[in-house]
Ligand binder design. Structure first.
Ligand code: SF4
Length: 464
């Protein structure tokens, strides 16, 4: 029998609990995640949109995922409402391939994909990928929102959505006045909205079938001070904002009470979570309450032995770091200013604290990992690791991201990437404690094409 702590709705096959009392009744407004329930409910941005819609008094939230398709229609998880019958919905697009998945969902729901030929539904697109490549959405979405939705913008969205919006043009004009909202019919200037003051998100649903099963996700920081040349995060959101320690603890205690001590997992989210100025104290308090605490990938630095000892007490047995390339000079050249000795020091500290497993991210097809010498350098890098740990290497092809200094770089072609991958496999397979995982070349090639598409060419791209 399923745990009574979780409940599901008529049209929702998944088990979850909603921590807020959302209003029911009133105009249905959709929140669409163009990927699986598993991915969508693991995404804090999507959850914050659900919260925004769910908390509006005269509106009912209707969620849509890839699995929402039933009998050639896309039906919401809440009340089984057909996506094609909605007047308006918000789509959260975090990753490149989600654009094509979204276009596929529109087609299956019988919705015109080109906004210039569509009357309803009005589509508002937002999310990480929309922020870095808004041009892709110019002929798809009626409103393209870039950046974060601050409380001021949320209030405006809420006021507009709760008005009677028979007149599409009036509604779009209203949206065009919101900072960060690009409405192709009414404005041409696209300003990324980045709230100056600290406003953070946390899960509104605790769900079982997600990447972070039964875990409360809590944003503890925004922005990254390191500006690596290949990463959008450090270029779009330069200003770093940290969530107040007291607030973090208060939210976790409340969630603990609400879930009658059944919620024991907390995921602290930030681009560089271990750089939160009070991270040790936060982890100590949360583990003393009885939480198992996870952190998104660590940035080497602020990773002394004490940090790892505390992190271990939070129930962790493994952690993730991202050296990106094995050579120190090349790392510097791609903007990841990280000395190899500091990576080794971090691993030694983790080992001394009892960690025996680490996952490391590497890029391939970028300066520092684009030829045989670099692969040999990787061998030297692994050989010189001063402690004996199980090492999981994850290799992903470098995709030049819009909005970064490497935006205009070419992506290495598939044949060369394949050769490089085979060479890595051959050279590294002799390491007994090292395992390797490679990102799909087809998928990364498509990501590159999508990220560099324009408002017209996006319609010609397909999954092959
Ligand atoms: S790769 Fe990491 S450290 Fe570098 S800019 Fe991105 S989030 Fe920051």
């Amino acid at each position: 029998m399923r745990d009574a702590f979780f409940r599901n709705k008529k049209n929702n096959p998944f088990q979850e609990i909603c921590l807020n009392n959302f209003s029911h009744g009133g105009l249905p407004v959709g929140s669409l995640y163009p990927n699986s329930y598993y991915c969508g409910m693991s995404n804090l941005g999507f959850q914050s949109i659900c919260r925004l819609i769910g908390e509006m008094k005269s509106i009912t939230l209707e969620r849509y995922f890839l699995e929402s398709e039933k009998n050639k229609r896309l039906l919401s998880y809440e009340n089984g409402i057909d996506l094609g019958r909605l007047k308006i919905f918000l789509a959260s697009v975090s990753f490149e391939e989600d654009v094509l998945l979204m276009l596929g969902m529109l087609k299956r729901a019988g919705i015109e994909r080109d906004r210039r030929k569509r009357v309803f539904p009005i589509i508002i697109a937002g999310g990480a990928f929309v922020t870095i490549a808004p041009q892709v959405f110019k002929n798809i979405a009626d409103v393209i929102y870039t950046g974060y939705l601050g409380s001021h913008q949320k209030k405006k969205f809420s006021n507009i959505l709760q008005k009677d919006f028979q007149e599409k043009s009036t509604l779009l004009k209203e949206f065009s006045k919101i900072k960060g909202a690009y409405v192709p019919d009414y404005n041409t200037v696209n300003t990324i909205n980045y709230p100056e003051s600290a406003e953070f998100e946390e899960s509104v649903y605790i769900a079982e079938e997600t990447q972070f099963s039964n875990m409360l996700l809590l944003e503890i920081g925004r922005g990254c001070p390191f500006s690596c040349c290949f990463c959008s995060l450090g270029h779009i959101y330069k200003k770093v904002l940290w969530r107040d320690e007291e607030e973090i603890i208060k939210i976790c205690r409340k969630a603990h009470r609400t879930s009658k001590e059944r919620l024991n997992n907390i995921g602290l989210i930030a681009p560089v979570p271990n750089f939160h100025p009070q991270i040790k104290s936060i982890l100590k308090t949360l583990s003393s309450i009885g939480f198992k605490v996870s952190l998104s990938s660590l940035r080497v630095g602020n990773t002394d032995k004490e940090f790892f000892e505390i992190f271990k007490k939070c129930g962790q047995r493994t952690f993730t770091i991202a050296p990106e390339v094995p050579g120190e000079d090349e790392r510097e050249a791609i903007g990841k200013r990280l000395k190899t000795e500091h990576i080794y020091e971090c691993l030694t500290n983790a080992f001394s604290a009892g960690f025996r497993e680490v996952k490391m991210y590497f890029l391939i097809g970028i300066k520092g990992m684009d030829n045989k010498n670099d692969v040999l350098e990787l061998k030297r890098f692994l050989n010189a690791i001063p402690v004996h740990m199980k090492i999981k290497l994850s290799f992903n092809p470098f995709v030049p991201k819009p909005g970064t200094p490497f935006e205009m770089k070419e992506m290495m072609n598939k044949t060369k990437l394949k050769k490089l991958m085979n060479l890595i496999k051959k050279e590294i397979s002799s390491f007994k404690t090292v395992s390797m995982k490679f990102g799909s070349l087809k998928s990364f090639e498509l990501q590159y094409k999508i990220a560099h598409a324009d408002e017209n060419t996006i319609f010609n791209l397909h999954f092959s």
